[in-house]
Design a protein around this ligand. Structure first.
Ligand code: 4AD
Ligand code: MG
Length: 431
């Protein structure tokens, strides 16, 4: 008998097959027993009837509890009323292990409880839908850079000798008697790689010891970071727009079922198209003042402000040219107004805020050295980075897209904690 996955049962109508999975649910109705089995690829309804006399399958059916592991065998038929549209007529039920007192029951549980049972919560259909969308988004990003744009993937190190995005959010560790830090961003290494390969990206976990307990912050998150030689700020923004549009289209096309499960309004996603609205930091401050915010030039545009700005548009929007003083040391100043940096943030609509941050990088040796000193960064650790400005320096730009924030927006999930299999949250590192 052939073993099949539930996602493929449609190819086996009229055949007897074996499915290996877990009990999702079961119920009885008169002489019929309904077993819902999941195998990670879907859920199938399996049924058996009592035909007047004793049905030996009922004894096995009665032993099964929620999340018991089980192998079932039987004939597949079409059944419009069953979830998925197919049903198995049970010929055999073989329990593998009987689960006792599974903690997550179909009743409502608090999120704290569910998070402490994250290792089991992953089995629920909602988490399943979110993580399948995560996979699709990651796949589409790789497809975009690998196949559409012909970038080279260059992996950045995780253990690093210095900070990239400010010294206040570093996780440090002992590296044979020296201090090392978990990477906040692979960018500096991508700059070296861009000078070698022209257009590159890295895609990996990054770490921020951010004492923020918001719906947008994780201590460990995944970021994709392209870096391109001879790219100016406008080229960089255009690439970010193209990437975002590409991802949204792909998820809408391939993950309709999951979006439906999450009750995501897909019509909103279908309307997303380039070009996105561009607004300078100066204009944003003026707009926010008109909206009644007590904000002045030089202030940070925080989460609430981002929500107000971005909710004016259906597609994402781009804020650009932030004051240099509030941005990272490596950003190229605007030649027309050196108090500004050639930087941008891409904000998702519907209140999700910044999902991408990027900039043109300083290409002049002396200016970069000055910025490293001003920021009191350890000169020794940045020697190699300065080298890039000594040997064939060129204008170059890149950006970083946070995967979890992107998933939260596209899947319509309020908090990023559900968008990563095992979130690292403030003071919480279990499971
Ligand atoms: O704006 P950020 O800090 O930019 C950089 O790290 C640059 N070095 C990237 C580059 O130019 N190569 O972070 C980029 C993105 C943010 O827009 C956000 O989506 C995400 O990373 N991000 C976080 N996501 C979850 N939790 C956090 N604590 C995050 N911090 C940043
Ligand atoms: Mg940022």
């Amino acid at each position: 008998m052939e073993r099949a996955y539930i996602e493929d049962v449609g190819k086996h109508i009229g055949e007897e097959i074996e499915i290996r999975g877990w009990v999702y649910n079961k119920r009885s109705s008169g002489r019929v027993r309904f077993l819902l089995v999941r195998d990670g690829t879907g859920i199938i309804q399996a049924t058996t009837y009592s035909k007047g006399k004793d049905n030996p399958l009922f004894r096995e059916f009665d032993r099964l509890t929620q999340e018991s592991s089980v192998i079932i065998r039987g004939r597949i038929k079409e059944e419009k009323r069953a979830p998925g549209g197919y049903e198995m007529e049970l010929a055999e039920i073989s329990p593998v292990q009987i689960s006792e007192n599974y903690p997550i029951t179909p009743k409502e549980h608090g999120v704290g409880f569910l998070m402490s049972n994250r290792h089991l919560w992953l089995r629920s259909s909602r988490q399943h839908a979110i993580l399948r969308i995560r996979h699709e988004i990651i796949r589409s990003i790789r497809d975009f850079f690998d196949n559409e744009k012909k970038f080279t993937l260059i992996d950045a190190p995780i253990l690093t000798p210095a900070a990239c995005e400010g010294t206040t959010t570093l996780f440090d560790t002992d590296y044979f008697g020296e201090k090392a830090y978990l990477s906040q961003s692979g960018q500096l290494y991508m700059e070296a790689a861009a000078m070698a390969f022209g257009k590159v990206y890295c895609f990996g976990p990054t770490f921020r010891a951010e004492k923020s307990k918001t719906r947008r912050h994780l201590m460990e998150f995944w970021m994709v970071e392209p870096e391109i030689a001879y790219f100016k700020l406008d080229d960089d923004i255009a690439l970010a727009e193209e990437l975002v549009e590409f991802i949204v289209k792909r998820v809408v096309e391939k993950r309709g079922e999951e979006l439906l499960k999450l009750e995501r309004n897909v019509e909103i996603l279908k309307k997303i198209e380039r070009p996105f609205v561009k607004m300078s930091y100066d204009e944003a401050i003026e707009t926010l003042k008109k909206e009644g915010f007590h904000i002045k030039w030089g202030d940070e545009i925080g989460g609430d402000e981002e929500t107000v700005l971005a909710s004016k548009f259906e597609s994402p929007m781009v804020l650009h040219r932030f004051p240099a003083a509030q941005k990272a040391f490596y950003m190229e100043p605007d030649p027309e107004r050196p108090e500004l940096s050639l930087s941008f943030d891409l904000l998702a609509p519907e209140g999700y805020g910044e999902i991408i941050g990027g900039s043109e990088r300083i290409s002049n040796y002396d200016l970069l050295l000055e910025r490293i000193k001003e920021n009191k960064l350890p000169g020794e650790a940045f020697k190699w980075y300065l080298d890039l400005r000594k040997y064939g320096s060129v204008p170059h730009s890149g950006f970083g897209m946070g995967i979890e924030r992107t998933i939260a927006w596209i899947a319509g999930i309020k908090h990023v904690r559900e968008t990563i299999p095992f979130p690292r949250l403030l003071y919480k590192i279990y499971p």
